[in-house]
Ligand binder design. Structure first.
Ligand SMILES: [Zn+2]
Length: 408
């Protein structure tokens, strides 16, 4: 049986969310644990109750909406995402997964369906990490990837502690209310990349989250006068760094699927008529396969030292933050695939570049993700956009995936 959501009701829920913390340019500014976050949470809880769900709040402020199943005391099928946003965020990042989850519950009510396993919809606290860094504190806490002491002591830029902010908006719940035992977790999210939009494909069946290595590079030359030093005598750190960045970028032509970014650079002394003597930058390298990424990192490291010699400077290279690819669960992926096929939507397998709550959840229970198009791949930006028809398709896939997972 292929069930479909109530489109008008779902879009009206999305519109309600879009009005809380709205910015002038159609985006949202709903930083975690602020007054606007509280306003959204209060409304959300009303909607959960309207959907006849049993509401709980845990000690990280994660909000659960539970719907009983036929099997008593069984592990739950969990799904959800986050309602917090970046300061200049969009209307869809995270929000889609939570609001579509609410609509899934209402659709089941409409059709008087009782699933075999119980269902729990989760809104995770502080996925974005924009106010309290690092991100994904709510999912990190309940999965044991981060300790409660660590999370409670994280401070925002005004030195406000996470725990105090949580208490201030009245959302510090009980540890006993945390997710207890899950059979699986599924998260619907916008892609935050351009692949589905460019290929005009409805649904991304997410295979995992890409691994990442940050290569920190320090290039040392000699600071000198722009007029005095002859070209052949110079030790120009910035020029050498430029060649290094081009070399890193060129590697993507040889290694299929490699993503290389230099987004941050410090140039010293950064003065118009002074040859730069010191440059520091970071190369962010990502790939779906860990062994390919490791190989690419090794190759670029060798190339950086060669280029330093060629350009008469010295360099220090060391690896910074690094994590391996997080593979999603084949059985949950299979349920998503079946739902997509039943609904006759087009789909492709892909990997997520950004991290998500699903990354931590995958360490706790079998997990996978569903992606829908982001127009032009834009996200973390007020111009983030997904068309209604794609939001609806995503919600329908979530609905049928949950139904498949919840069947004994
Ligand atoms: Zn998100």
């Amino acid at each position: 049986m292929t069930l479909k959501i109530n489109e008008a009701r779902f879009l009206s829920y999305m519109a309600k969310s879009s009005s809380i913390g709205a910015t002038e340019n159609n985006g949202l500014n709903r930083l975690t644990l602020t007054e606007v976050d509280k306003e959204m949470r209060d409304l959300y809880i009303e909607l959960l109750k309207e959907a006849k769900l049993e509401v709980r709040i845990d000690d990280f402020g994660n909000i659960y909406g539970r719907r009983e199943g036929k099997i008593k005391n069984a592990p739950v099928i969990a799904f959800g995402s986050h309602l917090d946003t970046q300061p200049c965020g969009g209307r869809f990042d995270g929000i889609l997964g939570v609001i579509a989850g609410l609509e899934v519950m209402q659709t089941l009510n409409d059709h008087e369906i009782i699933t075999d396993y119980p269902l729990e919809l989760i809104n995770f606290t502080n996925e974005e990490g924009a106010r309290f860094n690092p991100p994904m504190l709510g999912s990190g806490g309940i999965t044991g990837n981060l300790t409660k002491d660590f999370i409670y002591d994280v401070k925002d830029s005004d030195h406000v502690r996470f725990e105090d902010a949580l208490t201030a908006i009245g959302y510090k719940g009980q540890e006993a209310n945390r997710l207890k035992e899950a059979k699986s977790f599924v998260e619907l999210h916008i892609e935050q990349g351009p692949i589905l939009d460019n290929e005009n494909i409805d649904i991304g069946i997410v295979q995992g989250i890409q691994g990442l290595t940050r290569v920190n590079v320090k290039v040392k030359g000699v600071t000198n006068h722009a007029g005095g030093a002859r070209m052949k005598d110079r030790k120009d750190a910035l020029l050498a760094a430029a060649y290094m960045m081009i070399a890193a970028n060129k590697m993507t032509e040889e290694i299929e699927g490699l993503r290389v970014t230099v987004g941050k650079i410090d140039n010293f002394p950064n003065v118009i008529n002074v040859i730069p003597g010191l440059v520091e930058f970071v190369i962010d390298m990502r790939h779906d396969r860990d062994e390919v990424r490791h190989q690419a990192v090794q190759l670029i490291e060798e190339r950086l030292y060669e280029l330093a010699t060629e350009h008469n400077v010295s360099c220090e290279v060391h690896r910074g933050w690094e994590y391996n690819m997080v593979p999603f669960d084949p059985s949950v992926i299979q349920k998503i695939r079946e739902a997509v096929n039943d609904l006759n939507y087009s789909a492709m397998d892909l990997y997520s570049g950004p991290g998500h709550d699903a990354k931590y959840m995958s360490t706790y229970t079998p997990t996978a993700m569903i992606f829908v198009k982001s127009v032009d791949g834009v996200s973390h930006n007020e111009n983030e956009w997904t068309e209604d028809e794609d939001l609806i398709k995503g919600a329908n896939v979530l609905l049928n995936t949950v139904l498949g997972l919840a069947q004994k």
